[in-house]
Design a protein around this ligand. Structure first.
Ligand code: ZN
Length: 292
């Protein structure tokens, strides 16, 4: 109960700060700053479970879920106001100080972690209709199962249906990029370097053997920065990965290290105004990287 209250309080506090920041006077100042070269040049969004109806467990809902209706509204906004590109396309332009990107719309990249079945049933039809590319990071040990990932405490009354390999293959065949999120959703802090290297290389082998595609993007379970993750960057490169993503907020620029990409998590409780500011690169709370 204490955790639910704390979670809801943080959401409310975040929205209150964003509402203050959205004051028209401050908005003008922030837009002027953002348009300078130091402003965000790539907002990577992170989703988990897109649910048809809110689950009964409020803490779970606010942590990793978004309703399908809200997801639809967010994607409609992006289709009209942003330039959504694939993660591969974004990585290809990193390091180029003045890439030729047509138009002036903010660059947005859409990603999903863990491999919830709802990516196929709820998110994919919307993305397909709007022509928006996306990347899915899967923990290969949980494909086809309905169990909670390790480290996620099992919320009462919650199911965790994951995609099957057939569904992942279908998504890949229709333009989804499929990346690795390890095998067991291992916490870097609870693993040795050798164990984590094994999680990376064997998950890549399994994806290749199941759907015939070598994954080239990786996302860190739990998404927190740590010295060990930086130690693993050469190993990722040697194993064919061209990017790795965190999940602790923050912006990216054209000079961002592709193995240290920042992503902003989206879940229930984010108002349409707050989402618009995230997509514009103007959200004060989400552009601050939370260092752990
Ligand atoms: Zn995860």
């Amino acid at each position: 109960m204490k955790e639910i209250t704390s979670l809801l309080y943080r959401k409310k506090a975040k929205n209150a700060i964003e509402a203050l920041w959205a004051n028209p006077i401050l908005e003008g100042v922030q837009k002027a700053v953002s348009q300078k070269s130091s402003g965000p040049k790539g907002i990577i969004l992170l989703y988990h479970n897109i649910v048809a109806e809110p689950p009964s467990n409020s803490a779970y809902f606010h942590k990793v879920c978004l309703t399908a209706a809200e997801f639809r509204r967010q994607m409609d906004y992006l289709a009209r106001h942003s330039r959504v590109i694939s993660l591969s396309r974004y990585v290809a332009i990193l390091g180029n100080a003045s890439p030729k990107i047509p138009g002036s719309r903010p660059l947005v990249i859409i990603t999903f972690d863990d491999g919830y079945r709802s990516v196929c049933t709820e998110a994919y039809p919307v993305l397909k209709q709007l022509g928006l590319p996306a990347t899915l990071f899967v923990s290969t040990g949980f494909i086809g199962k309905r169990t909670a990932l390790p480290g996620e405490k099992p919320y009462p009354g919650v199911n965790y249906p994951k995609l099957s390999w057939e569904e992942i293959g279908e998504l890949a065949g229709d333009g989804f990029e499929i990346g690795s999120h390890t095998i067991t959703h291992a916490h870097p802090g609870g693993s040795t370097l050798a164990q984590y290297q094994d999680e990376i290389s064997r998950s890549a082998s399994e994806i290749k053997s199941r759907i015939g595609i070598d994954p080239i993007h990786f996302s860190w379970p739990y998404g927190k920065r740590s010295p060990m993750l930086r130690t693993l960057e050469p190993f990722l490169r040697e194993n064919g990965f061209i990017s790795a993503s965190y999940a602790c907020g923050g912006k990216n620029t054209y000079s961002s290290n592709p193995y240290r990409l920042n992503r902003i998590g989206l879940s229930a409780g984010i108002s349409p105004t707050h989402f618009r500011r995230i997509a514009e690169g103007l959200s004060i709370t989400d552009l601050l990287t939370r260092k752990k």
